[in-house]
Design a protein around this ligand. Sequence first.
Ligand SMILES: C[S@@+](CC[C@H](N)C(=O)[O-])C[C@H]1O[C@@H](n2cnc3c(N)ncnc32)[C@H](O)[C@@H]1O
Length: 199
Amino acid sequence: MNEKHVKRWDAAAATFDFFTMGIERRYGGYKRELFSKAQGRVMIVAAGTGLDFKYFPAGLDITAIDFSPKMVSKAKQKAEGYNGRLEVMVADVMNLEFEDASFDTVATACTFCSVPDPVAGLREVRRVLKPGGKLLMFEHVRAGNLLLGAMMDVMALATSFSGPGLNRRTADNIRKAGFKITREYNIYLDVVKLFEASH
Ligand SMILES: C[S@@+](CC[C@H](N)C(=O)[O-])C[C@H]1O[C@@H](n2cnc3c(N)ncnc32)[C@H](O)[C@@H]1O
């Protein structure tokens, strides 16, 4: 686990819900629609403070992970409000201790902009997902437009010490990890997106 990255997210945990209030208001409905497709044994990757738990159908068997202990401690409080089994634990998506083909669904939001090696993380996700299982992702990505994409590259460089990568080519990363994208839906330009993928 990369201590520098963990510390950065630990530091963000206390104020995370306050600073993401706008994102929740604007995009919560899209997440609810996406995560309503979760079924069977579910893993939530990089759960943060657990803001997304409310978007999952009741009655599921969910394991939520995050590599930041401070995020996990906040998420554990929100997990108490979930009507089903929801266990929250500290784990790094780039090095999961679950056996191959353990989950029917893996769900995640605003994660692969932050994971230090996104392809390694997505390969681990694919390993623990059952063949026939579903990957559900809500992500912001690098714009395809030449000018906007270049601006995002500059912004990503300028903010690389402090926050998530603004210029991740997440669709390419999903494919590089071996997944087949079955749905790619643009929410805001081609920057905020939903992805569904399978083995
Ligand atoms: C932008 S926050 C998103 C949190 C949550 N998914 C949400 O949308 O509210 C990114 C989260 O990814 C977690 N994270 C980053 N890299 C990770 C890794 N390698 N393994 C597990 N969690 C990671 C951070 O600790 C942080 O909680």
